[in-house]
Design a protein around this ligand. Structure first.
Ligand code: NAP
Length: 294
């Protein structure tokens, strides 16, 4: 494993996130080379000790580790491809957001050009970079991750997910699905309670307790999904479906948007129609896993 403070690091892409990444490496004492299409975005980092590479090619040659963080994958290919970048012997860690397919394709593209490639996903905002709150996910060859694990640790809490380059992106979007579902459920409840004069701040601690309680169910429910067996230990799906109907009726009665509960009920109804009404809630995984043709 490379020594954390001596490893030279190159950052390509100095948007809001790239500047935060480069700043964290500089603060930790790493020799840091930067490049950005709009070179003025490097000015502050240069005053802090970064070296601005005149070209992408020079940036890539500055050391063995290059971190890429640009808008999207087309931008990445444009800046590396158009410059016919020499990637031989370089380890690229691509923290640009994208899909799992884009990550796997970029890995093939980079490896064909002689690079080692890890894909990553940043689960944080720029001000959190350099603190333990910044969770950064990586996937690709484990030995390549381990070679730079302590260096990457400067950025936050780093995690390795597995050899499949697509995993970091998949975990990233899975996390977003969780985040938006929890937030929308909270907004639904908040809208309902506001019709009775209960403000959001009053409901928030109660909602938080429910979310935390539901989170406790996940490991047990995950066992049911992984074993493909869904005995109704605490509740059957058909009971959940009846409660969903109450939520829809209540929402409509007080003039609150019922689209989300209707969606949930439609999925439960399909599973019940397929014969799963007496099984437990996670049997709905089959609704999510289906590739629908209708
Ligand atoms: P940003 O501030 O908009 O910066 C975009 C960067 O991409 C700039 O350096 C820009 O260069 C560069 N770029 C775009 N198109 C290019 C091209 N064709 N050729 C060369 N460079 C190009 O975005 P950001 O917030 O730093 O985000 C960067 C990545 O981090 C994104 O994939 C984003 O999803 C991810 N991310 C961001 C956050 C966040 O909170 N900001 C959180 C998690 C993940 P110029 O300066 O020359 O325009």
């Amino acid at each position: 494993m490379n020594n954390s403070t001596e490893t030279p690091v190159t950052i390509i892409g100095l948007g809001l996130m790239g500047q935060a990444l480069a700043g964290a490496f500089l603060k930790a004492g790493h020799p840091t080379t930067v490049w950005n299409r709009t070179s003025s975005k490097a000015d502050q980092l240069v005053t802090e000790g970064a070296r601005l590479a005149p070209t992408v090619g020079d940036a890539l040659k500055a050391g063995s580790l290059t971190i890429l963080c640009v808008t999207d994958y087309p931008a990445l290919y444009e800046l590396l491809g158009a410059n016919d970048a020499q990637l031989d012997g370089t380890t690229l860690i691509n923290l640009t957001s994208g899909s799992s397919a884009q990550a796997r394709e970029a890995a093939r593209w980079a490896e064909q050009r002689g690079a080692r490639y890890l894909d990553g996903a940043i689960m944080a905002i720029p001000p959190a970079i350099g603190t333990a709150d910044a969770v950064i996910l990586h996937s690709g060859p484990q030995t390549d991750f381990e070679a730079y694990e302590s260096t990457l640790g400067v950025l936050g809490t780093v995690a390795y997910l597995g050899a499949d380059h697509g995993l970091a992106s998949l975990y990233d979007v899975a996390g977003l699905a969780m985040m938006w579902s929890v937030l929308n459920a909270w907004l639904q409840g908040t809208a309902l309670l506001r019709t009775a004069g209960v403000d959001a701040a009053t409901y928030a601690p109660f909602a938080r307790q429910i979310a935390a309680g539901v989170a406790e169910w996940l490991p047990g429910y995950a066992e049911q999904i992984d074993s493909g067996s869904f005995p109704a230990e605490v509740s059957a799906l058909e009971s959940d479906a009846r409660a969903m109907e109450h939520l829809i009726e209540e929402s409509e009665a007080v003039g609150v948007n019922a689209e989300l509960p209707k969606l949930l009920k439609a999925m439960a109804d399909r599973a019940i129609a397929a014969g799963h009404g007496k099984e437990q809630y996670p049997v709905l995984i089959e609704e999510f896993g289906k590739i629908r043709n209708d």
